[in-house]
Design a protein around this ligand. Sequence first.
Ligand code: HEC
Length: 119
Amino acid sequence: MNTTLTPLMPKGWAMAATRRKNLQRVGWLFVVSVVSLLSSCATTDINAIAPPVADGSSQLARGRIIYVTKCAKCHAPEPVHNYTRAEWQQIMPEMVEETHLNPSDAAAVTAYVESLAAR
Ligand code: HEC
């Protein structure tokens, strides 16, 4: 019974072994990319992107909450200091409209980004 199977088996085994090796390689690639993704998340600090405001009850603090919650629905929140005041004034009308903010929330988030804009 061995005589009929032996010519076939090594081929099948070799293929299975190659497949296993490839799977292992893909597995490692997956592990490595998940680990690097996680570590890059750990270094992405929301407080660096949207710095907190000293007075938590202020309009600016309310603007920050809107910024980190509502302004991050379509894209990651941009670091506030990446834009000058003039640039924010150009960007905000469109983004406020995209976010469907009421006038009071629009004013709060606009005041927040302008307060921390690049100089
Ligand atoms: C409905 C989706 C959506 C929401 C909500 C949204 N954005 Fe955007 N945002 C976009 C898209 C799409 C772009 C890129 C194209 C463009 O500029 O119109 C963009 C681009 C930007 C840019 C880059 C502009 C540039 O010229 O470099 C900034 C900054 C920005 N958004 C801030 C905000 C802020 C602040 C809010 C909240 C008030 C917000 N976004 C809410 C969709 C959105």
